[in-house]
Design a binder for this molecule. Structure first.
Ligand SMILES: *Cc1c(COP(=O)(O)O)cnc(C)c1O
Length: 456
């Protein structure tokens, strides 16, 4: 007899009490689909091995299918890499206040585009923008979906079919295929490249004036450095040349620091305020890099220019959503209240004293040692990441574990719930306490304990 005849029908499986209860939890549609898939596997196993699965095994398979399908694919992970702004790990985690602000407007109605005073239609653009102008002392501000959109919109609104001057040393690729020259072309602007790969001077800028460019663009070299025989005028000097001929200067600052990174032992990253003071007419930057807020693209500067951006049809296509606006406003408030280093997670991490990190790493080894697991503390470095401060590091102390196979151990950590992302240093599996949030400590140590068989 053909063994496949022993396979129950989907209808029969659906009659089983256990499957009925799956159906109550997961819904009928997913349960039927899971039963079909499980039975298909049963069929394949019979064909390949001749083995007939027990009912219990079939039920397990159905449940596993249901579990896999209904588990979210976007999950929180523990970042033990020490890379503060990890682009692959969602860049900046939000402050509690920013999260609360977003969740308040998420599941209720809000005055997103309603003027409460006048009782009529308002603008979504006022909420974060008032705070931005106050904080940066800029005339006007506009928030869009991300900084790439801010660059695209600005160029489309100010330089469509016209020339934009940019130094060859700034024709950068940010990552994920985002290349400044491509975005410039996409906006309809024509590139007017000046200088060489390593050097550009004021005369290069001046020599473009007879071609009547629409805009000067300065792009921050976010993710690399050029060293050696290099030259680049100050933004204030470029602004001077631009303004003599009535040409606006835009700075794509990328990371957009609002605090002075030099106060935290890092190189000085030009701040948004400095760029405005230097005479930039527009400055654009990301909300989720060094600002430490939600994904957003922020443009600040001259009112007349921002007005052109607002009125451009692309503005609607790249607008920010209400959750981001709420989180952004709450993040900006931290700066205005001068509590950024106490409240904004990435600034808490960046400003964490190194002996505090040492104490945390030691406390972890103690807890592990009580569980009979050997670990040590080694010196290392944390980085900022997220296309900010290339080559700059902060000293740190790492929890280090000797394992049989470090790569395998990293994989096991990634398979944990929640997944943990660590790194290998000196052939040891290393965890940087700097980027591990306080409430992630217990699950981190529990995960290490659960992998004790792989630890030497
Ligand atoms: C990161 C970056 C961008 C892109 O910003 P997103 O917010 O990721 O869209 C653009 N320009 C520069 C210079 C950057 O560093």
């Amino acid at each position: 007899m053909d063994a496949r005849r022993l396979i129950p029908s989907v209808e029969r499986v659906l009659q089983l009490e256990a499957v009925k209860s799956f159906s109550q939890v997961y819904g009928r549609r997913l349960t039927v689909e899971a039963a079909r898939q499980a039975l298909e596997q049963v069929r394949q196993i019979i064909v390949q091995t001749g083995r007939i699965l027990e009912e219990e095994e079939i039920l397990q398979r159905i449940e596993r299918h249901l579990h896999t399908v209904t588990t979210a694919s976007l999950l929180p992970v523990i970042n033990a890499t020490g890379v503060v702004l990890h682009t692959n790990l969602g860049r900046a985690p939000l402050s509690e206040e920013a999260m609360a602000a977003a969740s308040q407007v998420a599941c209720r109605y809000s005055n997103l585009e309603f003027d409460l005073e006048q009782g009529k239609r308002g603008s979504r653009l006022i909420h974060a923008e008032k705070l931005l102008c106050q904080l940066i002392r800029a005339e006007a501000a506009l928030v869009v979906n991300n900084n790439a959109a801010a660059v695209l919109l600005s160029l489309a609104a100010l330089a469509n079919r016209r020339k934009v001057v940019i130094a060859r040393s700034q024709l950068v690729e940010i990552g994920g295929g985002f290349r400044i020259p491509d975005v410039m072309r996409q906006s309809g602007a024509r590139l007017l490249e000046i200088g060489t790969t390593n050097r550009v001077n004021l005369e290069d800028y001046r020599s473009t004036l007879e071609q009547k460019p629409a805009l000067f663009l300065v792009a921050h070299r976010s993710n690399f450095k050029i060293l050696g025989f290099t030259a680049e005028p100050q933004v204030a000097e470029i602004a001077h040349v631009a303004h003599e001929s009535g040409i606006p200067l835009m700075v794509d600052l990328g990371s957009g620091a609002l605090l002075d990174t030099a106060e935290f032992g890092l190189a000085h990253e030009p701040t948004v305020q400095e760029m405005i003071e230097s005479g930039a007419d527009l400055v654009c930057f990301s909300g989720d890099k060094l600002m430490g807020g939600p994904q957003a693209g922020i443009v600040v500067g001259k009112r007349a220019l921002i007005e052109k951006l607002r009125r451009h049809p692309l503005a609607r296509a790249v607008r920010a959503d209400k959750l981001a606006l709420a989180a952004l406003s709450a993040t900006l408030l931290h700066y205005l209240k001068e509590e950024a280093t106490q409240k904004i997670p990435i600034w808490k991490m960046i400003s964490l004293p190194v002996d505090e990190i040492y104490r945390r790493a030691w406390a972890w080894t103690e807890k592990l040692s009580q569980l009979g697991i050997k670990a040590s503390v080694i010196e290392g470095t944390s980085t900022i990441g997220g296309g900010s401060l290339p080559g700059e590091t902060l000293p740190t102390h790492l929890l280090a574990i000797r394992t049989k196979q470090p790569q395998l151990f990293l994989r096991k950590l990634r398979e944990n719930s929640p997944p943990i992302i660590a790194r290998i240093e000196q052939n040891l599996v290393a965890f940087d306490p700097r980027t591990v949030l306080a409430d992630e400590e217990a699950p981190l140590l529990a995960a290490i304990e659960s992998l004790r068989e792989f630890i030497l």
